[in-house]
Ligand binder design. Structure first.
Ligand code: NAP
Length: 248
């Protein structure tokens, strides 16, 4: 018996990278996955196709997670079609790196809007349905940078630290109705986001990882799956570092 049979899951920014790996992992366990994207429609369609091959059901939904009314329309559409929503993974995220002295207001606002406001919009919108259901699992993707900061990423670090506060507040607000809210703080995971970094930055990061190797999207997907299962029913408001020991 697959462990997520009958469950409906929304993964934001799931066309590629960590989001795609999480969507596929949930689908392998039998979930129906809504693969959200903002620009990468073709990639999202490929994720959905692969999710179906792996034994789940899947569909795509294009929507900018930082647009409250667009998010409300997406969630309404999911509820209308499937009658429920069991799992929300707030994965969508961007970087606009720069030293603070050079960082534009636009670069700061864009990152906070997508990474932090985007998660708020999705939680706000799904929570009314999860409260009625008296069940739900919400997983927010933070970062090691949200825990420890990083030069050149003040906007990103603030957004990811904000995700941790949002996770804890939402966990307290929603716990009485059986909804858990947790965050995952990945370290250095090989995706498009990190591929763009200069070689010397990657080498420096590698030297800061006690386990001595870079993470893969599967490492985050496995933790996300665990948080959706009954095995994790007594865990809420937590931040789980998946970073090869970077944050020790
Ligand atoms: P990625 O490969 O750059 O993918 C980012 C995803 O976010 C894309 O699917 C993108 O979709 C989506 N997205 C961006 N803006 C969006 C918006 N406004 N609405 C909906 N979707 C949007 O990044 P990744 O490395 O997989 O990162 C995924 C998450 O993990 C992010 O939150 C990131 O901050 C976090 N993280 C990553 C690492 C790492 O080392 N890779 C470490 C710590 C945390 P479109 O292409 O359709 O825009």
């Amino acid at each position: 018996m697959k462990r997520l049979e009958g469950k409906i899951a929304l993964v934001t920014g799931a066309g590629r990278g960590i989001g795609a790996a999480i969507a596929l992992k949930l689908a392998e366990e039998g979930a129906t996955v809504i693969v959200n994207y903002s620009h990468s429609e073709t990639a999202a369609a490929k994720t959905a196709e692969e999710a179906i091959k792996r034994g789940g059901q899947a569909e795509t939904f294009g929507c900018d997670v930082s647009d409250m009314s667009a998010v409300d329309a997406m969630i309404k559409g999911i509820i209308k079609k499937h009658g429920r929503l069991d799992i929300l993974v707030n994965n969508a995220g961007i970087t606009r790196d720069n030293l603070m002295m050079r960082m534009s207001e636009q670069e700061f606002d864009d990152v906070i809007r997508t990474n932090l406001k985007g998660a708020f919009c999705c939680i706000k919108s799904v929570s009314r349905y999860m409260l009625k259901q008296r069940s739900g699992r919400i997983i927010n993707i933070s970062s090691v940078v949200g825990l420890h900061g990083n030069a050149g990423q003040a906007n990103y670090a603030a957004s990811k630290a904000g995700i941790i506060g949002l996770t804890k507040a939402a966990a307290k607000e929603l716990a009485s109705r059986g909804i858990t809210v947790n965050a995952i703080a990945p370290g250095f995971i090989q995706t498009d986001m990190t591929a763009a970094l200069p070689e010397e930055v990657k080498e420096k990061m590698l030297s800061d990882i006690p386990l001595g190797f870079l993470g893969e999207t599967e490492d985050i997907a496995g933790t996300a799956l665990f948080l959706t299962l009954d095995d994790a029913r007594y865990i809420t408001g937590q931040v789980i570092s998946v970073d090869g020991g970077m944050s020790i």
